[in-house]
Design a protein around this ligand. Structure first.
Ligand code: R7I
Ligand code: MG
Ligand code: MG
Length: 347
């Protein structure tokens, strides 16, 4: 059992991870990351982590905006509902539409608003000719659900993740990506960062869960019936050095796109690759390495960095994060308050 003080720091760490990965990754989204850009990235993060200087804050994007909406829905006095979540999304989106939302999900928000949330999952089911979205939008905002379910069983967590996903993402690949990210956070919350992370064990436990999950919905998946299992096998090959973990191999095998299948396992790999030691001998290095490495892969940098840092923060707690880096991010104070509120629900 993880002590309360440590668990609380993990709540902070994971939500701070969502925010920092998003804010720091956003300026690099879609860029080609050659050696010159990687140097620019390193210097940029060094500057943000260094002595504090007053600067315009780094704006967060849809990843953090919708994560906060999920947290607010969980904290609702009447209890979580898809309708309230849909309402939160719509209010947030129309408050500021320029936060880099996925190109298709904005249609869902428009329909939800036009119908006053009458059927909170109807517009999502209609996406992509009735296939539903397999974007990573449900996975990127899942952290608060993993925190909310820290003391409940996996089945409860998975059910709640599915319900929350369905408001925008009904394709099984979009939902399973969110479940994978939530299960990965859950494991991080349960581990002691003062001990060396057993990456093999961590990954095999996740794989066991995903194999069962994909078996249960294989009718929906057609040829993709073991899509995430295959991606986790690829993570394992790259992690154990059976395949050289060059950027080229990582991108070919795992991907870096806005599709959940080609970004959630990538974020998991970023976290595991950069987390070989314990908190004692790695201190704040691992979180920063995870952040920098995730962004250096290019593509959907805000989302992959956000998901990878959520894992790192959930594993190490907020002690692993350089405070000055956090100060540069929009609403960094509020993120701690949200973590406090979610934590208080556990007691
Ligand atoms: O999943 P979603 O919320 O997007 C999240 C991403 C993150 O990177 C954010 O940072 C933001 O930049 O966007 O939004 P969707 O629009 O549902 O899905 C994202 C993209 O995935 C779509 O715009 C499509 O390019 C692709 N996609 C699909 N393409 C074809 N067929 C998702 N589902 C499909 C599909 O069924
Ligand atoms: Mg974004
Ligand atoms: Mg993104």
């Amino acid at each position: 059992m993880i002590e309360k003080v440590l668990l609380k720091s993990k709540f902070y760490g994971s939500l701070i991870g969502v925010l920092i990965g998003d804010c720091c990754g956003a300026p690099f989204e879609g860029q080609l990351m050659d050696s010159g850009s990687k140097l620019v990235l390193k210097n940029y993060l060094n500057k943000l982590e260094g002595p504090f200087f007053k600067a315009p804050y780094k704006k967060f994007t849809d990843d953090t905006a919708l994560t906060i909406c999920v947290a607010d829905a969980l904290l609702d006095s009447k209890g979580f509902s898809q309708k309230q979540l849909a309402k939160n999304f719509v209010l947030e989106y129309y408050k500021d539409t320029r936060r880099g939302y996925g190109s298709a999900v904005v249609d869902v928000f428009a329909k939800l608003r036009a119908t006053k949330m009458a059927d909170p999952t109807g517009p999502a089911y209609a996406q992509f000719g009735g296939n539903g979205s397999y974007g990573n939008g449900a996975a990127m905002r899942v952290t608060p659900i993993a925190l909310f379910c820290a003391n409940s069983n996996k089945a409860h967590l998975m059910k709640l993740v599915q319900e929350a996903s369905l408001v925008t993402h009904t394709n099984v690949l979009g939902i399973n990506g969110a479940i994978l990210q939530a299960l990965a956070i859950r494991q991080c919350l349960q581990l002691d960062p003062n001990e060396t992370l057993d990456r093999k064990k961590y990954l095999s436990e996740l794989k066991e869960d995903i194999v069962i999950l994909e078996k249960n919905n294989d009718a929906d998946l057609d040829s993709n019936y073991n899509a995430y299992e295959k991606q986790l096998n690829a993570v394992q090959l790259l992690l154990e050095g059976d395949v050289e973990p060059s950027d080229e191999n990582v991108l070919n095998m795992l991907g870096h796109s806005t599709e959940a299948l080609y970004s959630v396992p990538t974020a998991l790999f970023c976290f595991l690759r950069c987390t070989s030691g314990s908190l004692k001998d790695k201190d704040q290095r691992s979180f920063r390495d995870t952040l920098e490495y995730a962004i250096s892969l290019g593509g959907d940098t805000d989302t992959i960095a956000s998901m990878a840092c959520a894992l790192s923060g959930a594993y190490f707690g907020d002690a692993a994060v350089v405070e000055n880096l956090l100060k540069h991010c929009e609403r960094s104070e509020d993120i701690r308050k949200i973590a406090d509120q979610l934590f208080s629900l556990l007691n």
